[in-house]
Write a protein that binds this ligand. Structure first.
Ligand code: 1OR
Length: 461
């Protein structure tokens, strides 16, 4: 998977450990044939994954920063976190090895530190296979000591004889085995210990459970925080109903400013509203020269531009490290309705579905609240999360403006895992159930590559 700033060339170079792209390392015809086989195989597999990314990029509203809001209670309901002791040296070796790996690209530092706890020690003797190409896999590995070889078996188009070719080595600090976890595909290479090795492994379920549990706890904490916030001296709880605060919990992002940095400058036309989460924030007038006042934690600020359509009358400057929650006007209005009402301190009713604006438990779904929508009816906003099985996006009905979570699962993955019946049953059962503690499902949709479930946003309670 190519990350935001990477070009395909960078991506391929990173996979091939800097192998020259001009083929200057190819020595003879046999070498050249092998290279061509690699490229063909790689291209086929790569294209399959890139199609997903292209679909995402088509959506101009997509914000690729993952929110800390994705959690799946199924992932950690019965999970007990088992931590394995490790030295500081090993912790930092694992940290450095996994930080740049695509599997963890959306995980925060805090999440990565928690994930390191559950890495388990493993010993392999020289000659033992750690991973076999073509097999199913659910573990990711980091090398503490020893060396391993990477072999890939390729089958030429006209030549039926598969041939195994060595494509590289791993040593202390290397990490591997992420592809099967990300794409649910069979192992793409064979990894064999070429000396006695000490590895640390991370199991897919442990990874997902730790992340889900952490995000769930963070979600509850953030929701409780927002409930205690104030805008124009009115508590959020008087302005927004429980489901709206739930939506704000999912939609607002967190940002950090260092002491001395300006968050909003006098004279600027702001398009974002902020809530001070922590730190000290002072306000200034006359181009930042004259102290005016301060902002207390839990207070919304930066709202003048939004309400009056005029420039900010004050400069807001951090005087210690500051964390803020923020939401753009566009996102706010898409989700909540009128931004003016909210910041005037008026009770906000959802602009379109007024009749529903007072419901408090979103998952109590009566049959008549189920929406039958098509993919084309939905506008995509933020990626709520991406996991080993698909992704969840915040979407909104263009017509009713109601927001949902759209869960996309790869059909390829479902078939490969023999999950077809399971997924259909899950859908039928969820559709039948009407219960306050069970996630409500509205409808299922599909395109060529994915099966989609349209779900209610999971509240934190
Ligand atoms: P996995 O879960 O598929 C095998 O299990 C692991 O080998 C794989 O994740 C990668 O972490 C690692 N192509 C595919 N997988 C590779 C490759 C590779 N190299 C290491 N792995 N290629 C070689 C690049 C030098 C491309 C071959 C066409």
């Amino acid at each position: 998977m190519i990350s935001g700033s990477q070009t395909p060339v960078h991506f391929i170079m990173s996979l091939t450990d800097g192998k020259p792209l001009d083929g200057s390392d190819v020595r003879d015809l046999a070498d050249a044939k092998n290279e061509i086989r690699f490229i063909r195989k790689f291209a086929a597999e790569f294209l399959a994954t890139v199609e997903d990314d292209e679909q995402k990029d088509k959506d101009e509203h997509r914000d690729d920063r993952v929110r800390g809001a994705l959690y799946d209670k199924q992932d950690f309901g019965s999970f007990k976190k088992v931590s394995y002791e490790k030295t500081d040296h090993v912790r930092s070796l694992i940290f450095d090895a996994i930080k740049p790996n695509v599997l963890f690209e959306h995980d925060t530092r805090e999440e990565i530190l928690q994930i390191i706890d559950v890495f388990k020690p493993l010993e392999f003797e020289r000659g033992e296979r750690v991973i076999t190409q073509g097999e199913e896999g659910s573990e990711f590995y980091v090398v503490e000591s020893g060396t391993l070889s990477i072999h890939v078996t390729v089958r030429g188009e006209d030549d039926d004889e598969p041939s195994e070719v060595k494509v590289g080595d791993y040593s202390a600090g290397s990490a591997f085995g992420e592809l099967a976890l990300i794409f649910g595909s069979p192992r793409a290479a064979t990894i064999t210990a070429t000396s006695d090795c000490r590895l640390w492994s991370l199991e897919r379920t442990a990874y997902r459970s730790v992340i889900s549990q952490l995000r769930y706890e963070q979600h509850l904490e953030k929701n409780a925080f927002l409930r205690s916030c104030v805008v124009s001296d009115k508590p959020f709880t008087e302005i927004f109903d429980a489901s709206q605060i739930e939506d704000l919990t999912i939609a607002t992002k967190v940002d950090t400013y260092e002491a001395g940095e300006v968050i909003l400058r006098e004279g600027e036309m702001g398009d974002t509203f902020y809530i001070l989460k922590s730190g000290t924030l002072k306000t200034y007038k006359n181009n930042g020269t004259e102290r005016y006042g301060k902002i207390d934690a839990k207070k919304a600020f930066g709202t003048t531009s939004l309400v009056k359509g005029t420039a900010s009358p004050l400069t807001y400057r951090a005087t210690s490290q500051v964390h803020v929650y923020y939401l753009t006007q566009k996102d706010f209005e898409a989700i909540m309705g009128s931004v003016q009402d909210a910041f005037d301190g008026t009770v906000v009713t959802r602009s379109v579905i007024k009749s529903e604006s007072k419901r408090t438990i979103k998952t109590t779904m009566s049959m008549d609240m189920r929406y039958e929508l098509q993919l084309g009816d939905l506008e995509h906003f933020n990626l709520l999360g991406r996991g080993a099985f698909g992704q969840v996006t915040l979407v909104q009905s263009r017509k009713t403006k109601k927001v949902f979570a759209l869960k996309a699962q790869s059909k390829h993955y479902i078939i490969k895992k023999g999950q077809k019946e399971h997924v259909l049953n899950e859908f039928r059962i969820m559709k039948e159930i009407e219960h306050p503690y069970i996630l409500g499902i509205h409808c299922a949709m599909q395109d060529e590559q994915h099966l989609y479930f349209l779900l209610d946003l999971l509240p934190g309670e």
